[in-house]
Design a protein. Structure first.
Length: 538
């Protein structure tokens, strides 16, 4: 903003404001902002303070539309202070409502709710019916984000009733758009379709291109959830046109994400990769954490369809970190559910990778799943933090990942291994660590992969660690690994019975096995092999 800009000539303040608002509805945020700033710097009288507060709010809103949250927050706070100094109760309430929108965009849902509650009090005191309708909409959005769908529906209906009673259409399209999104979340497809059609028509009548672009994007989401791939493709092109015309980069990023999903599900992997990469770029440019998380998750699913295991896990790890940050910022309902789904996907993909690796060894198929179950039971009883058991299980599932460097004829050899073959077999822990080295799991599974063949007395490999120098997760895994090796058929001998397996392990306690962990395991296995249910994030 340029304080040296000269006062207006040839146009009234009201005319310039009207032009700015028209530009904003058309999605021309920079043009709108220029007009608002020109009017702002033409103000000279203290009595014009309420108008100054309004102009600052609109300028802040234009920055918010373009993803400049920090700038928007600073300007909105200035608008609030000016309104307070002028004794403008309505202006303060408007600024608080805008502040709530900014906090909501940041993912600070609790803070947004506080600001909306304060704005509601001020709007009621000032008799601002339209503002009350807008606040009720925003409170509905907060309720929906928390999974409080009944409350959200009540707020949306109350807001729509106010809008219709006021005979105002400028914000009616936005209100209908939010109701359509809620119907989509509730899987009420036909109701959502009807509401979006009405919302788009309302916005078309009043020239609100920016909201029309968002509505088009939400209709794409509706069809995507129904698997209507052809409809999604066509709608995405129209939505992209609207978003580009409105300068709406958030919707444009969503369009690329949706197109990536469609191309992935219909088998065009290169196109899917290009669209998802663009969605991720837009998310990074905007600082949009939610879009970044969703894009990473969809990229992971693409990598898995292409059987790119390491790339899948890298993308899943990135998505998990982003979803965890969103959850920490209390975007509660959908993010918590998304995080749980993501962890389930993470686990399934790791399990499938483990199965694909051990498929070369016909005697150990199912070994990683069984070992993971035994190890998790022992880890829980030994006091391992419950919050890391999901990742511990993944380490157990991947503990033999390095066996892909061992030829099948060595893995399946029924006779004793030669010294060279044994040395080759003993390279698999280090090979496994190399395979997952650049996958930054939320909890470090590499010690499990590398050290599960270390022995309590130091006679193991690859480093010959002894006693407590062996990482605890690896010691736990060793007990489970040895149990399964003894209790299942191998190329060189049949399985031992359960009781005999425990006897052999007891003889190895203090030599190969951590004696304290073995005693815990023997207690768990008194009536048969132990197992543990997996607890993931709720």
């Amino acid at each position: 903003m340029d304080p040296s800009r000269p006062p207006l000539r040839g146009a009234s303040l009201d005319e310039m404001v009207t032009l700015g608002q028209a530009a904003e509805r058309e999605g021309r945020d920079e043009a709108a902002r220029a007009m608002y700033e020109t009017v702002l710097y033409s103000l000279r009288e203290p009595a014009q303070a309420p108008l100054a507060g309004s102009l600052l709010r609109w300028i802040a809103r234009s920055h918010l539309h373009q993803g400049n949250g920090e700038t928007a927050a600073e300007i909105a706070d200035t608008a609030r202070l000016i309104s307070e100094l002028a004794g403008d109760t309505a202006g303060v309430a408007h600024a608080q409502n805008l502040g709530g929108n900014i906090e909501r965009e940041r993912g600070e849902i609790d803070r947004a709710a506080e600001l909306y509650a304060a704005a509601r009090v001020g709007a009621a005191a000032a008799g601002e019916g339209l503002l009350l309708a807008m606040i009720e909409q925003n409170e509905g959005v907060v309720a929906a984000s928390r999974g409080e769908y009944r409350t959200a529906l009540q707020r949306y209906r109350a807001s729509l009733a106010r809008h219709r009673a006021l005979g105002r259409t400028a914000y009616l399209g936005q209100a209908l758009n939010n109701l359509g999104m809620l119907c989509t979340d509730l899987r009420r497809w036909r109701a959502a379709e009807r509401v979006f059609v009405e919302a788009s028509a309302v916005c078309g009548e009043c020239g609100d291109l920016a909201t029309q672009a968002r509505i088009a994007g939400n209709r794409v989401e509706l069809w995507l959830k129904q698997g209507r791939w052809d409809d999604v493709r066509k709608a995405c092109e129209e939505t992209r046109r609207l978003a580009e015309a409105a300068g709406d980069t958030r919707t444009l990023g969503e369009v690329h994400k949706h197109l990536g999903v469609v191309h992935r599900e219909t088998g065009d992997f290169p196109a899917a990769a290009a669209h998802l990469a663009r969605a991720a770029e837009i998310a990074a440019e905007r600082g949009d954490l939610a879009l970044s998380a969703e894009s990473a998750r969809e990229q992971a699913r693409l990598h898995w369809k292409r059987q790119e295991h390491r790339e899948t896990l890298r993308a899943l790890n990135q998505a998990h970190g982003l979803f965890s940050r969103l959850q920490a910022r209390r975007e509660l309902a959908d993010v918590a559910a998304g995080l749980a789904d993501l962890e389930s996907l993470f686990l399934n993909i790791v399990a499938q990778w483990g199965q694909s690796i051990e498929s070369a060894d016909r005697y150990t198929q199912g070994h990683c799943e069984r070992v993971a179950s035994y190890a998790c039971a022992l880890a829980g009883a030994a006091g391992l933090d419950p919050d890391v058991l999901l990742w511990f299980r993944m380490g157990a599932l991947l503990h033999d990942v390095g066996k892909i460097v061992v030829p099948p004829e060595v893995l399946n050899k029924p006779a004793a291994l030669t010294p060279d073959e044994r040395r080759l077999m003993q390279t698999h822990p280090d090979a496994g660590v190399e395979l997952i080295e650049d996958i930054d799991f939320p909890w470090d599974i590499r010690p499990m992969v590398r050290h599960h063949h270390e022995a309590w007395d130091g006679s193991g490999y690859p480093l010959g660690l002894a006693g407590d120098a062996i990482p605890l997760p690896a010691r736990i895994l060793t007990v489970a690994d040895v149990y399964d090796a003894l209790a299942t058929d191998r190329a060189y001998r049949p399985a031992f019975p359960h009781a005999r397996t425990l006897e052999i392990m007891a003889a190895e306690a203090g030599r190969v096995l951590d004696p304290g962990l073995f005693e815990i395991f023997r207690g768990l296995a008194a009536d048969g092999p132990p197992s543990a249910a997996l607890r993931t994030a709720a």
